[in-house]
Write a protein that binds this ligand. Structure first.
Ligand code: ATP
Length: 445
């Protein structure tokens, strides 16, 4: 696809999201608030499905992880210890003529304003944390920040987890929650927002005994394959997912190894997730700044040490964007152009939609309601749709990515001939008996 076609895909996805109730611009009726997005009913379902798959893979299907849900507002010293107060910044440059601001590292070498061609001022470091004050007094001591990542909420609870659950190494803490970054240039829809959600894991392991102890590499490799497995859980095309080994010079100073998982978005290949071996940097920093003892005592070996940490970090909204852009499809069906979302049933907001063939025939509506209720009992993400004619319903369900539509017609009632089930991707219909219906879907999913 050409670049223009790809930009066309972004526009088409954004417009579908608004038209069908997936995602809206934040504060839209007031002209919006840059870098914020509101999830509508369908988007919220899609996002929830992604979260459930994540919890299933990284929490409930294993026995070495615990879930936490830490506060967004934290003591300002957390961010001093983590290095965010001094170092969480992007280079900012302002045009002397139009006063527009840009990220200096994203401009070309001409050093001219991309908006008006004016000359640019000096580069300054801009801290991306949203600052606020806690309580009625606004002074230095009341400063707090909206967390720019969920990770620190786990490190600061490390001791609480040890004291309350007594887990044995290796073990992980997992969290899903909001993060906030005052990005200089929010862009590309959900890709770079100012308010977004992260799904993060801090996985604690024994420190290496010496330079030759490469045990950590096994855990790292395990998470490489688990991250990839998760991208297929949500239905992403594996050919669009790439691993990028971050070089020594580009890694954060505390990381001994980092892999970025990139995805082929319509606007280019960009970071989707990250995996980093953070060593004992975070626990050591918090020990030093808080004076709390964040070491671990091994009952078996009678040793005390500070564990090392491997961190898989996932952007939830970037996952939503990857899933939507990957699923967006235009084709022709029955001689007509159509748009549909080829969503995996695992993430689709609705798995099945049930219709009466005609909405003004009470016997069809009644039967359709009865079948709808019996499917919904087993497959909760089932919709009932009797708006407009059948063609419009198919188009609507295709656009929101519903894998199967069930139609109740006169043969269902008069000849006991079952219902028609239409497959979203092929448009093909087959008759399935009422008794076999739920089993039929369960097999498909
Ligand atoms: P980038 O280089 O794209 O700014 P990052 O390396 O700063 O990302 P991390 O700090 O590693 O990102 O954050 C972990 C994950 O959070 C990212 O892989 C991404 O999925 C997500 N993320 C980070 N910043 C944003 C943002 N502004 N909007 C949406 N998601 C984000």
């Amino acid at each position: 696809m050409t670049k223009t076609e790809n930009n066309g895909v972004m526009e088409a996805v954004i417009s579908l999201c608004k038209r069908r109730g997936f995602i809206f611009q934040g504060s839209e009726i007031y002209g919006g608030l840059a870098g914020t997005w509101d999830y509508g009913p369908l988007g919220a379902e899609l996002k929830e499905n992604i979260k459930s798959l994540w919890w299933r893979r990284f929490l409930t299907s294993r026995n070495d992880m615990c879930r936490v849900d830490a506060a967004i507002l934290m003591n300002q010293n957390v961010w001093k210890a983590s290095g965010h107060v001094s170092g969480f910044s992007d280079p900012l440059v302002e045009c002397k003529k139009c006063q527009h601001r840009f990220r200096a590292d994203q401009l070309d070498a001409t050093n001219k304003c991309p908006d008006c061609g004016g000359s640019l001022g000096e580069v300054k470091q801009f801290n991306m944390m949203f600052q606020t004050h806690v309580g009625a007094v606004q002074d230095e001591s009341s400063v707090s920040y909206l967390r720019p990542e969920t990770a620190q909420g786990m490190f600061v609870n490390f001791k609480n987890i040890l004291d309350s659950l007594h887990p044995r190494l290796p073990f992980g803490m997992a969290q899903i929650g909001k993060a906030f970054r005052n990005e200089i240039a929010p862009r590309d829809f959900l890709f770079r927002a100012r308010e977004f959600e992260q799904m993060e894991i801090e996985y604690f392991i024994r420190p290496p005994k010496d330079e030759n102890d490469r045990e950590w590499e096994k855990v790292f490799a395990h998470f490489v394959s688990e991250v990839k497995a998760f991208t297929s859980d949500v239905g992403l095309n594996p050919e669009k997912v790439h691993e990028l080994e971050v070089s020594d010079g580009e890694r954060a100073h505390y990381s001994k190894r980092t892999i970025d998982f990139e995805f082929d978005f319509p606007f280019g290949r960009n970071e989707l997730y990250g995996l980093a071996y953070r060593t004992d940097f975070d626990l050591k920093q918090h020990s030093e700044f808080s004076k709390a003892d964040l070491s671990y005592y091994d009952e078996e070996t009678k040793e005390r040490f500070t564990p090392h940490c491997i961190e898989p970090s996932f952007g939830l909204d970037r996952t939503v964007l990857a899933v939507l852009t990957d699923a967006y499809t235009e084709d022709e069906l029955g001689g007509e152009k159509r748009i549909y979302l080829k969503l995996s049933p695992s993430v689709a907001p609705f798995k099945v939609a049930v219709f009466p063939l005609l909405r003004n025939k009470p016997q069809l509506v009644e039967k359709a309601q009865q079948i709808f209720k019996s499917i919904k009992k087993e497959i909760p993400a089932t919709a009932f749709d009797d708006n407009g004619n059948i063609g419009k319903r198919y188009r609507r369900q295709d656009e929101i990515g519903t894998p199967f539509c069930v139609t109740i017609d006169f043969d269902t009632i008069e000849k006991n001939a079952g219902v028609t089930v239409r497959d979203r991707d092929t448009g093909k219909q087959e008759r399935v008996t009422e008794a076999e219906l739920v089993e039929f879907f369960k097999k498909k999913f």
